[in-house]
Design a protein around this ligand. Structure first.
Ligand SMILES: Nc1nc2c(c(=O)[nH]1)N[C@H]1C(S)=C(S)[C@@H](COP(=O)(O)OP(=O)(O)OC[C@H]3O[C@@H](n4cnc5c(=O)[nH]c(N)nc54)[C@H](O)[C@@H]3O)O[C@H]1N2
Ligand SMILES: Nc1nc2c(c(=O)[nH]1)N[C@H]1C(S)=C(S)[C@@H](COP(=O)(O)OP(=O)(O)OC[C@H]3O[C@@H](n4cnc5c(=O)[nH]c(N)nc54)[C@H](O)[C@@H]3O)O[C@H]1N2
Ligand code: SF4
Ligand SMILES: [Mo]
Length: 732
């Protein structure tokens, strides 16, 4: 970047693309003559962004100008996984692609192609428009994008009806705030100023988390719950609230369904029973229930960390009943927030064009990607969410995702990616763990180089992202890459040619009371726009739930029809509870503060801030029981895999649990194995989601010699320098 600022710079409005509830609006300072981005900052007028970006994203331009950025199409020259590539032209890349995909379709049919994406960008264009149209016209296999949120979304829907909840601004009005299995100071820091505002007026903040997180350290109380047991806690809270007559009779009678059945169900859930399961004390549970019911308005924030367990769907469904039971929804600042995404009336049909699909094709669950890529039909059938075709996947098109690091059961995923009979294309900014297995890497633009339109899952504002600079090198937006891929295959459908600005208009083209008038024009003028919702926003003060009955459903006939208990219950996690009996530990891999999933984990600056190397958090009791001391190298293992890591002994995690903040790239892990080597493909109870935080592991000390040897041979940047064999010198 130039050292001397030119006299005339411009500020271009954009939006943070990452998978984060805050969807910040940003301003990029550009030198229009040079087509260079000089600096960026949070939009000062955006009521949630409030002028500030988080530490990671305030350095977004380092991503755009990163020396290791992929700027040209690359063709694999080494073995899969090795990371050796040569630059080729776009023309040649598209020729290879058309030839390979053509062959696969001819020999095995279009369903042998699996496009895979996750949440590298949440932009409606670069995440779910032209790519879907391409897949639909071709009739490829479809993907169930379940990794992050499927269980919670399904559970919340049974109780509330849609992903709508308390607005973040309204937390400022709360008197009691329950941060339940979420770590906002790390994962969505723009909620914090509203919590601070509430605290200035006397609000009490409780954090329920097995780890004493950054957020828990700031709270008035930390309740170190055993992972995967939150439903038991919520049931016991309801038990106390009903037993002590602290529930809101008027609200319950008018706006809820199934109170009598609920009362019967929770009668069994004494605080003593829940204490036994959750690892909390009966007194803590009773006090929490009383305060929650009496200190109105009470606000609950859950996010997706809490539902990455075998019973995650049921847990969210159960917790979501609490505000109705105590009538919290009646007050500004009362209620619960999981996600706001369901409020955005976006014309997704116009964007994705499912009508272009020639016939319903099979759908693979992303949570079972390892199974989907397997050569074994029995495993592939396990990964099928829809359809019967259990033939192998022969072509894999990855964009906005890094499954070699982020998908569960990493060793199964890597076995699939290593298959010689799988043609893999990866659209990327970097040679990620996944891209190393690609036959072809195609250079994708970053957020400052393309158009996009954003909703949010943590507030109620739309955001526009304008390109601030021309694409660097030969990179192209995902939308354009899919257009060119279609052309190369000889497909000239008009829906596969529409430009990005038209896609934005189509997405906003809806008649809905919550869609602002002239949304497109106003977004073009200003960059962000609140949905047509009052402020404060009391979505269910007078009922109006989005459930079939229009009430908050304690009893859900829909859940029953889907094969679940119609009433809330505690669904045990897959592995966590058994772990303690087997001398094992529950393994958590929560969001690292300075990474965003695997993004920024290749930034030496962020690696340093994250402590320089991955660390396993372990309670002193557990360390002592295993003869482990602080800083020691250990092996963490289970039947799915193992990894080598150094230990951080700390009381900031409950006994019985260990944790490795994530997601470090595999190539930067001491032995090349990432956290997901330990996680399971076993789905959550609802939605087919990934149970990332539901893994039992064993931890054993490793001989000291090996540890010393690692540091010596890797040199320079200690354990991070595993990139020595990599042509682009990732990390280190
Ligand atoms: N800095 C940063 N920000 C991020 C991300 C990131 O990687 N880094 N990721 C983004 C994404 S994709 C998402 S989905 C969100 C997630 O946002 P959050 O849900 O807030 O974050 P997580 O780290 O997934 O989980 C939050 C907490 O849940 C705790 N936890 C785990 N299991 C249980 C349980 O059974 N019960 C309870 N009560 N607590 C439990 C963990 O210890 C962790 O501290 O964050 C987003 N923001
Ligand atoms: N063990 C464990 N595993 C987890 C989690 C956990 O907490 N623990 N968290 C889970 C969660 S919550 C989530 S959401 C998933 C995320 O899973 P992924 O979406 O696979 O994770 P990311 O690390 O965000 O990888 C996205 C990739 O997309 C690329 N990208 C970004 N923008 C663009 C673009 O415009 N075009 C193209 N072509 N590429 C782009 C980035 O460079 C990055 O490599 O991970 C899950 N995995
Ligand atoms: S990651 Fe979240 S907090 Fe950080 S800039 Fe993006 S939207 Fe804002
Ligand atoms: Mo996520």
């Amino acid at each position: 970047m130039p050292k001397v600022k030119p006299a005339h710079t411009q500020w271009v409005v954009g939006a943070c693309p990452h998978d984060c509830p805050d969807t910040c609006s940003w301003l990029v300072e550009v030198d229009p003559q040079q087509g260079k981005a000089l600096s960026m900052r949070g939009h000062p007028d955006h009521p949630i962004t409030q002028g500030a970006l988080c530490t990671k994203v305030s350095r977004y331009l380092e991503r755009t100008y990163h020396p290791e950025r992929v700027l040209y199409p690359l063709l694999r020259t080494g073995n899969k996984g090795e990371g050796r590539f040569e630059r080729i032209s776009w023309e040649k890349a598209l020729d290879i692609l058309a030839q390979k995909l053509g062959e696969v379709m001819e020999r095995h049919g279009s369903e042998a192609i699996l496009p895979y994406s996750y949440s590298g960008t949440l932009g409606l264009l670069q995440n779910e428009s032209m790519d879907r149209r391409f897949a639909h016209v071709l009739g490829t296999s479809r993907l169930g994008r379940t990794l992050c949120a499927a269980a919670g979304a399904a559970g919340y829907k049974y109780t509330i009806g849609a992903s709508v909840g308390l607005a973040p601004e309204d937390f400022a009005h709360a008197r009691f705030i329950l941060l339940w299995g979420t770590n906002p100071l790390t994962s969505h820091m723009h909620l914090w100023p509203f919590i601070q505002e509430a605290r200035k007026k006397g609000a009490y903040v409780v954090v329920i988390d097995p780890i004493r997180t950054r957020t828990a350290r700031q709270a008035d109380q930390w309740l170190p719950i055993r992972p995967g047991t939150d439903a038991a806690l919520a049931l016991a809270m309801m038990h106390v609230i009903i037993r002590e007559n602290l529930w809101d009779r008027e609200y319950v009678e008018a706006y809820t369904l199934g109170f009598t059945a609920l009362q019967e169900r929770v009668a069994q859930w004494t605080p003593e029973r829940a204490a036994h399961i959750t690892g909390l004390t009966p007194e803590d549970i009773v006090t929490l229930a009383r305060r929650y019911a009496q200190e109105q308005p009470a606000a609950i924030r859950i996010n997706y960390g809490i539902q990455r367990h075998g019973g995650g769907g049921m847990a969210v469904r159960t917790i979501a009943m609490l505000p109705a039971l105590v009538g919290a929804w009646k007050h500004p600042g009362g209620g619960i927030l999981l996600s706001t995404s369901g409020a955005f009336p976006i014309n997704t049909h116009a964007l994705r064009r499912p009508d272009l699909l020639p016939h319903p094709t099979r759908k693979f669950n992303a949570t079972r990607l390892g199974d989907a890529l397997s050569p074994n039909p029995v495993q592939r059938r396990r990964a099928l969410m829809e359809g019967e075709n259990d033939g192998p996947v022969h072509a894999f098109i990855v964009y906005n995702g890094n499954p070699a690091a982020t998908a569960p059961d990493q060793n199964a995923v890597l076995r699939g990616l290593a298959r010689e009979d799988l043609f893999t294309v990866v659209l990327e900014h970097f040679v990620t763990d996944t891209a190393r297995y690609a036959d072809l890497i195609l250079p994708a633009t970053t957020q400052v180089e393309h158009w996009d339109l954003h909703t949010s899952y943590g507030h109620y504002y739309l955001a526009l992202n304008r390109p601030a600079i021309p694409p660097r090198g030969e990179s192209l937006p995902n939308t354009e890459i899919f257009r060119r891929m279609a052309q190369a295959l000889g497909i000239h459908h008009p829906a596969l040619q529409e430009p990005d600005e038209v896609l934005i208009q189509q997405a906003l083209d809806v008649e809905h009371p919550w869609m602002p008038d002239r949304a497109f024009d106003r977004l073009m003028e200003r960059g962000f726009l609140r949905l047509n919702l009052p402020q404060p926003f009391l979505p269910f003060a007078q009922g109006g739930f989005f459930t079939p009955s229009g009430k908050c459903e304690f009893y859900s006939a829909q859940a029953q029809a889907d094969g679940f208990d119609p009433l809330p219950d505690f669904t045990p996690p897959h592995e966590v509870l058994r772990a303690e009996a087997d001398q094992a530990l529950a393994f958590l891999s929560p969001s690292a503060h300075y990474f965003l999933n695997s993004n920024y984990a290749n930034s030496p600056r962020m690696q340093r801030r994250e402590g320089g190397e991955p660390r396993l958090f372990l309670h002193p009791e557990e360390a002592r029981a295993r003869g482990i001391v602080d800083d020691q190298w250990v092996i963490v293992y289970n039947k799915r895999g193992s990894l080598r890591v150094r230990v951080h002994v700390t009381e900031e995690i409950r006994p019985g649990v260990c944790a490795l903040p994530s997601i470090w790239w595999n190539v930067h892990m001491p032995d090349g194995h990432g956290v997901n080597a330990l996680t399971t493909q076993e789905e959550t109870d609802m939605g087919g989601g990934a149970a990332y935080y539901d893994a039992a592991v064993w931890v054993k000390p490793e001989g000291g010699a090996h540890g010393a040897e690692m540091v010596d041979t890797e040199g320079g940047s200690g354990t991070l320098g595993r990139s020595s064999g990599h042509p682009e010198g990732l990390g280190g």
